[in-house]
Design a protein around this ligand. Structure first.
Ligand code: INS
Length: 344
Protein backbone atom coordinates (compact mmCIF):
# COMPACT_ATOMS: atom_id res chain seq x y z
CA UNK A 1 0.00 0.00 0.00
CA UNK A 2 1.48 3.35 -1.01
CA UNK A 3 1.55 6.18 1.52
CA UNK A 4 -1.29 8.60 0.73
CA UNK A 5 0.22 12.07 1.05
CA UNK A 6 -1.45 15.49 1.27
CA UNK A 7 0.83 18.37 0.31
CA UNK A 8 -0.25 21.55 2.11
CA UNK A 9 0.98 24.71 0.40
CA UNK A 10 1.66 24.81 -3.35
CA UNK A 11 4.36 27.47 -3.51
CA UNK A 12 7.84 26.74 -4.90
CA UNK A 13 8.62 24.07 -2.30
CA UNK A 14 5.19 22.42 -2.10
CA UNK A 15 4.78 22.08 -5.85
CA UNK A 16 8.32 20.72 -6.16
CA UNK A 17 7.43 18.07 -3.56
CA UNK A 18 4.30 17.14 -5.55
CA UNK A 19 6.49 16.59 -8.62
CA UNK A 20 9.12 14.72 -6.58
CA UNK A 21 6.67 12.32 -4.90
CA UNK A 22 4.94 11.62 -8.21
CA UNK A 23 7.99 11.13 -10.39
CA UNK A 24 11.03 10.20 -8.28
CA UNK A 25 9.90 8.76 -4.95
CA UNK A 26 8.81 5.13 -4.52
CA UNK A 27 6.03 4.07 -2.16
CA UNK A 28 3.97 7.25 -1.99
CA UNK A 29 1.27 9.06 -3.97
CA UNK A 30 0.06 12.64 -3.66
CA UNK A 31 -3.70 12.33 -3.05
CA UNK A 32 -4.43 15.97 -2.19
CA UNK A 33 -2.98 19.42 -2.78
CA UNK A 34 -4.17 21.94 -0.20
CA UNK A 35 -3.84 25.54 -1.34
CA UNK A 36 -6.28 28.47 -1.20
CA UNK A 37 -4.89 29.99 -4.43
CA UNK A 38 -6.89 28.05 -7.03
CA UNK A 39 -4.48 28.60 -9.93
CA UNK A 40 -1.52 27.35 -7.90
CA UNK A 41 -3.49 24.42 -6.52
CA UNK A 42 -4.60 23.32 -9.99
CA UNK A 43 -1.12 23.69 -11.48
CA UNK A 44 0.46 21.59 -8.70
CA UNK A 45 -2.28 18.93 -8.71
CA UNK A 46 -1.88 18.55 -12.48
CA UNK A 47 1.52 16.96 -11.77
CA UNK A 48 -0.07 14.20 -9.66
CA UNK A 49 -2.65 12.04 -11.45
CA UNK A 50 -5.71 11.50 -9.24
CA UNK A 51 -4.88 14.20 -6.69
CA UNK A 52 -7.73 16.37 -5.49
CA UNK A 53 -7.39 20.05 -4.63
CA UNK A 54 -8.77 21.58 -1.44
CA UNK A 55 -8.80 25.08 0.02
CA UNK A 56 -8.13 23.89 3.59
CA UNK A 57 -6.51 20.89 5.27
CA UNK A 58 -9.83 20.07 7.00
CA UNK A 59 -11.61 19.96 3.61
CA UNK A 60 -8.98 17.55 2.29
CA UNK A 61 -9.29 15.30 5.37
CA UNK A 62 -13.08 15.15 4.84
CA UNK A 63 -12.74 14.44 1.11
CA UNK A 64 -10.20 11.62 0.91
CA UNK A 65 -8.23 9.15 3.09
CA UNK A 66 -4.82 10.61 4.06
CA UNK A 67 -1.90 8.85 5.82
CA UNK A 68 0.72 11.57 5.74
CA UNK A 69 1.17 15.29 5.21
CA UNK A 70 3.93 17.52 3.89
CA UNK A 71 3.61 20.99 5.39
CA UNK A 72 4.98 23.55 2.94
CA UNK A 73 3.06 26.71 3.83
CA UNK A 74 4.87 29.81 5.13
CA UNK A 75 6.31 29.12 8.61
CA UNK A 76 3.76 31.15 10.57
CA UNK A 77 0.99 28.92 9.14
CA UNK A 78 2.54 25.57 10.15
CA UNK A 79 0.95 25.14 13.58
CA UNK A 80 -2.71 25.06 12.39
CA UNK A 81 -1.81 22.12 10.11
CA UNK A 82 0.52 20.35 12.56
CA UNK A 83 -2.06 20.19 15.36
CA UNK A 84 -4.83 18.29 13.49
CA UNK A 85 -2.19 16.13 11.78
CA UNK A 86 -0.68 15.01 15.11
CA UNK A 87 -4.10 14.52 16.67
CA UNK A 88 -5.05 12.17 13.82
CA UNK A 89 -1.80 10.25 14.09
CA UNK A 90 -0.60 11.18 10.60
CA UNK A 91 3.03 11.05 9.51
CA UNK A 92 4.36 14.58 8.99
CA UNK A 93 7.21 16.14 7.04
CA UNK A 94 7.19 19.79 8.08
CA UNK A 95 9.27 22.27 6.11
CA UNK A 96 11.43 24.60 8.19
CA UNK A 97 10.88 26.34 10.51
CA UNK A 98 8.77 24.03 12.71
CA UNK A 99 7.03 27.21 13.93
CA UNK A 100 8.20 30.80 14.22
CA UNK A 101 8.40 30.93 18.04
CA UNK A 102 10.04 28.78 20.69
CA UNK A 103 6.81 28.69 22.70
CA UNK A 104 4.74 27.39 19.77
CA UNK A 105 7.40 24.79 18.92
CA UNK A 106 7.46 23.61 22.54
CA UNK A 107 3.67 23.15 22.42
CA UNK A 108 4.13 20.96 19.34
CA UNK A 109 6.71 18.68 21.02
CA UNK A 110 4.46 18.41 24.08
CA UNK A 111 1.43 17.55 21.96
CA UNK A 112 3.40 14.98 19.99
CA UNK A 113 4.60 13.28 23.19
CA UNK A 114 1.07 13.31 24.63
CA UNK A 115 -0.61 11.80 21.58
CA UNK A 116 1.94 9.37 20.11
CA UNK A 117 4.25 6.63 21.38
CA UNK A 118 7.06 7.73 19.06
CA UNK A 119 8.07 10.72 16.92
CA UNK A 120 5.93 11.17 13.80
CA UNK A 121 7.02 14.69 12.83
CA UNK A 122 10.17 15.09 10.74
CA UNK A 123 11.42 18.64 10.11
CA UNK A 124 12.64 19.56 6.61
CA UNK A 125 16.23 20.48 7.45
CA UNK A 126 17.38 19.04 4.11
CA UNK A 127 21.01 20.09 4.46
CA UNK A 128 21.51 17.05 6.74
CA UNK A 129 20.92 14.94 3.60
CA UNK A 130 23.40 16.92 1.45
CA UNK A 131 26.53 14.91 0.67
CA UNK A 132 28.89 17.81 1.49
CA UNK A 133 27.49 18.31 4.99
CA UNK A 134 27.52 14.56 5.61
CA UNK A 135 31.19 14.36 4.55
CA UNK A 136 32.13 17.32 6.72
CA UNK A 137 30.43 15.78 9.75
CA UNK A 138 32.24 12.47 9.09
CA UNK A 139 35.57 14.30 8.77
CA UNK A 140 35.07 16.01 12.14
CA UNK A 141 34.04 12.73 13.77
CA UNK A 142 37.08 10.91 12.33
CA UNK A 143 39.43 13.31 14.12
CA UNK A 144 41.80 13.13 11.12
CA UNK A 145 42.55 16.86 11.25
CA UNK A 146 42.25 17.35 14.98
CA UNK A 147 39.51 19.38 16.64
CA UNK A 148 37.10 21.61 14.71
CA UNK A 149 37.82 25.24 15.62
CA UNK A 150 35.68 27.41 13.36
CA UNK A 151 33.19 27.40 10.49
CA UNK A 152 32.63 30.08 7.82
CA UNK A 153 29.19 29.82 6.25
CA UNK A 154 28.05 31.81 3.21
CA UNK A 155 24.28 31.74 2.63
CA UNK A 156 23.30 33.71 -0.44
CA UNK A 157 19.94 34.03 -2.16
CA UNK A 158 19.38 35.94 -5.44
CA UNK A 159 16.44 38.09 -4.27
CA UNK A 160 13.72 38.11 -1.61
CA UNK A 161 10.00 37.55 -2.10
CA UNK A 162 7.70 40.49 -1.16
CA UNK A 163 7.31 41.16 2.58
CA UNK A 164 10.56 39.44 3.56
CA UNK A 165 11.31 41.01 6.95
CA UNK A 166 14.47 41.35 9.02
CA UNK A 167 13.39 38.60 11.45
CA UNK A 168 12.77 36.29 8.46
CA UNK A 169 16.50 36.52 7.71
CA UNK A 170 16.75 34.33 10.81
CA UNK A 171 13.50 32.31 10.96
CA UNK A 172 13.48 31.56 7.23
CA UNK A 173 17.12 31.56 6.14
CA UNK A 174 19.72 31.35 8.95
CA UNK A 175 17.51 28.65 10.53
CA UNK A 176 19.37 26.25 8.19
CA UNK A 177 22.75 27.10 9.75
CA UNK A 178 21.13 27.05 13.20
CA UNK A 179 20.29 23.40 12.51
CA UNK A 180 23.46 22.39 10.67
CA UNK A 181 25.94 23.82 13.22
CA UNK A 182 24.94 21.36 16.00
CA UNK A 183 24.80 18.62 13.33
CA UNK A 184 28.39 19.36 12.23
CA UNK A 185 29.92 20.12 15.63
CA UNK A 186 27.97 17.61 17.75
CA UNK A 187 27.35 20.46 20.23
CA UNK A 188 24.51 22.84 21.09
CA UNK A 189 24.68 26.54 20.28
CA UNK A 190 25.20 28.51 23.51
CA UNK A 191 25.42 32.14 22.40
CA UNK A 192 24.92 34.44 19.43
CA UNK A 193 25.82 37.92 18.27
CA UNK A 194 24.75 39.82 15.11
CA UNK A 195 26.71 42.48 13.19
CA UNK A 196 25.35 44.51 10.28
CA UNK A 197 27.85 45.62 7.64
CA UNK A 198 27.19 48.28 4.99
CA UNK A 199 23.77 47.47 3.57
CA UNK A 200 23.08 46.30 0.05
CA UNK A 201 21.22 49.11 -1.75
CA UNK A 202 19.60 46.45 -3.97
CA UNK A 203 17.71 45.04 -0.95
CA UNK A 204 14.24 46.42 -0.06
CA UNK A 205 14.56 49.66 1.93
CA UNK A 206 13.32 48.10 5.18
CA UNK A 207 15.65 45.08 5.02
CA UNK A 208 19.13 45.79 6.44
CA UNK A 209 21.30 43.11 4.91
CA UNK A 210 23.72 41.40 4.52
CA UNK A 211 24.22 40.46 8.18
CA UNK A 212 26.91 38.51 10.01
CA UNK A 213 25.66 36.10 12.66
CA UNK A 214 28.27 34.67 15.04
CA UNK A 215 27.28 31.47 16.87
CA UNK A 216 29.37 29.82 19.60
CA UNK A 217 28.85 26.16 20.56
CA UNK A 218 29.51 24.50 23.94
CA UNK A 219 33.28 23.85 23.45
CA UNK A 220 33.96 27.32 22.01
CA UNK A 221 33.82 26.45 18.30
CA UNK A 222 32.67 29.58 16.45
CA UNK A 223 30.56 29.80 13.30
CA UNK A 224 30.30 32.98 11.30
CA UNK A 225 27.28 33.08 8.98
CA UNK A 226 27.11 35.68 6.21
CA UNK A 227 23.46 35.93 5.22
CA UNK A 228 22.91 37.85 1.95
CA UNK A 229 19.45 37.49 0.46
CA UNK A 230 19.63 39.93 -2.45
CA UNK A 231 22.96 38.80 -3.86
CA UNK A 232 21.50 38.91 -7.42
CA UNK A 233 23.82 36.40 -9.09
CA UNK A 234 22.08 33.19 -7.98
CA UNK A 235 21.89 30.77 -5.06
CA UNK A 236 25.00 29.81 -3.13
CA UNK A 237 25.49 27.94 0.13
CA UNK A 238 29.04 27.09 1.22
CA UNK A 239 30.80 26.09 4.43
CA UNK A 240 34.53 26.23 5.13
CA UNK A 241 35.71 24.29 8.18
CA UNK A 242 38.89 25.15 10.05
CA UNK A 243 40.41 22.20 11.92
CA UNK A 244 43.59 22.16 14.02
CA UNK A 245 45.66 20.70 11.18
CA UNK A 246 43.61 21.18 8.01
CA UNK A 247 40.70 22.94 6.33
CA UNK A 248 37.78 21.60 4.30
CA UNK A 249 35.44 23.41 1.89
CA UNK A 250 32.00 22.29 0.76
CA UNK A 251 29.33 23.68 -1.56
CA UNK A 252 31.50 25.26 -4.27
CA UNK A 253 31.28 22.50 -6.87
CA UNK A 254 27.53 22.31 -7.41
CA UNK A 255 27.52 21.98 -11.20
CA UNK A 256 29.97 20.53 -13.74
CA UNK A 257 33.16 22.51 -14.34
CA UNK A 258 33.61 23.25 -18.04
CA UNK A 259 36.74 24.45 -19.83
CA UNK A 260 36.31 25.74 -23.40
CA UNK A 261 37.78 28.41 -25.67
CA UNK A 262 38.84 31.27 -23.41
CA UNK A 263 36.73 30.24 -20.39
CA UNK A 264 37.00 27.86 -17.48
CA UNK A 265 34.21 27.70 -14.98
CA UNK A 266 30.99 26.27 -13.63
CA UNK A 267 27.37 27.33 -13.58
CA UNK A 268 25.56 28.91 -10.64
CA UNK A 269 22.45 27.23 -9.23
CA UNK A 270 19.48 29.61 -9.57
CA UNK A 271 17.71 28.55 -6.35
CA UNK A 272 17.61 26.10 -3.44
CA UNK A 273 15.46 23.77 -5.56
CA UNK A 274 18.51 22.93 -7.74
CA UNK A 275 21.26 23.41 -5.12
CA UNK A 276 19.65 20.93 -2.75
CA UNK A 277 17.72 18.79 -5.27
CA UNK A 278 19.59 15.58 -4.44
CA UNK A 279 19.29 16.27 -0.70
CA UNK A 280 15.52 16.74 -1.02
CA UNK A 281 15.20 13.47 -2.97
CA UNK A 282 17.11 11.58 -0.27
CA UNK A 283 15.21 13.29 2.54
CA UNK A 284 11.75 12.58 1.12
CA UNK A 285 12.48 8.96 0.14
CA UNK A 286 13.78 8.19 3.62
CA UNK A 287 10.84 9.95 5.23
CA UNK A 288 8.37 7.96 3.08
CA UNK A 289 10.10 4.66 3.93
CA UNK A 290 10.09 5.49 7.65
CA UNK A 291 6.52 6.84 7.62
CA UNK A 292 5.26 3.55 6.15
CA UNK A 293 6.72 1.89 9.26
CA UNK A 294 5.23 4.50 11.62
CA UNK A 295 8.42 6.46 12.28
CA UNK A 296 10.76 9.20 11.04
CA UNK A 297 14.30 9.11 9.65
CA UNK A 298 15.84 12.52 10.12
CA UNK A 299 15.53 15.66 12.24
CA UNK A 300 12.64 15.51 14.72
CA UNK A 301 10.25 18.07 16.20
CA UNK A 302 12.77 18.35 19.06
CA UNK A 303 15.39 19.54 16.56
CA UNK A 304 12.73 21.93 15.25
CA UNK A 305 12.13 23.19 18.80
CA UNK A 306 15.83 23.77 19.63
CA UNK A 307 16.28 25.61 16.32
CA UNK A 308 13.26 27.80 17.18
CA UNK A 309 14.84 28.67 20.54
CA UNK A 310 18.13 29.71 18.89
CA UNK A 311 16.27 31.63 16.16
CA UNK A 312 14.32 33.59 18.75
CA UNK A 313 17.50 34.49 20.67
CA UNK A 314 19.16 35.46 17.36
CA UNK A 315 16.33 37.86 16.52
CA UNK A 316 16.86 39.39 19.98
CA UNK A 317 20.60 39.72 19.18
CA UNK A 318 19.70 41.42 15.87
CA UNK A 319 17.83 44.08 17.83
CA UNK A 320 20.16 44.44 20.86
CA UNK A 321 23.51 44.27 19.09
CA UNK A 322 24.73 42.46 22.22
CA UNK A 323 25.96 38.94 22.93
CA UNK A 324 22.87 36.88 23.80
CA UNK A 325 22.90 33.52 25.62
CA UNK A 326 20.73 30.53 24.69
CA UNK A 327 18.80 28.43 27.21
CA UNK A 328 16.46 25.52 26.45
CA UNK A 329 13.27 24.77 28.46
CA UNK A 330 14.27 21.17 29.25
CA UNK A 331 16.93 18.61 28.33
CA UNK A 332 16.13 16.43 25.29
CA UNK A 333 13.27 14.08 26.28
CA UNK A 334 14.00 10.32 26.04
CA UNK A 335 11.03 10.16 23.63
CA UNK A 336 13.23 11.78 20.95
CA UNK A 337 16.30 9.54 21.41
CA UNK A 338 15.71 6.25 19.59
CA UNK A 339 14.29 7.05 16.15
CA UNK A 340 16.02 10.28 15.22
CA UNK A 341 19.39 8.63 14.55
CA UNK A 342 18.97 8.63 10.75
CA UNK A 343 20.48 11.72 9.25
CA UNK A 344 20.82 13.23 12.74
C1 INS B 1 14.05 29.50 1.64
C2 INS B 1 14.82 28.18 1.72
C3 INS B 1 16.24 28.33 1.28
C4 INS B 1 16.94 29.49 1.97
C5 INS B 1 16.17 30.78 1.84
C6 INS B 1 14.76 30.63 2.37
O1 INS B 1 12.78 29.33 2.18
O2 INS B 1 14.77 27.69 3.02
O3 INS B 1 16.97 27.15 1.52
O4 INS B 1 18.22 29.66 1.41
O5 INS B 1 16.86 31.81 2.50
O6 INS B 1 14.06 31.83 2.21
Amino acid sequence: ENLRVAVVGAGAMGSDHVRRITSTIAGADVVAVVEPDVARATAAAAKAPGAITAASFEDALDATPIDAVIVATPGFLHEPVLVPAIERGLAVLCEKPLTTSAEDSFRIVELEQATSDRPRIQVGFMRRFDRGYQELKALRESGANGALLALHHAHRNPTTPPNFSESMLIHDSVIHEIDIIPFLTGEPIVSVEVKKPRRNSLAPADLPEPQFVLFTTASGTMSIVEISVNAQFGYQVTTDAVFESGVAYIGRETTMHVVSAGVSGQGVTPSYIERFGAAYDEEVQRWVDAARNGGIDGPSAWDGYTASVVAEVTVRAQQSGALEHVTYATAKPAFYEPTTAGAG
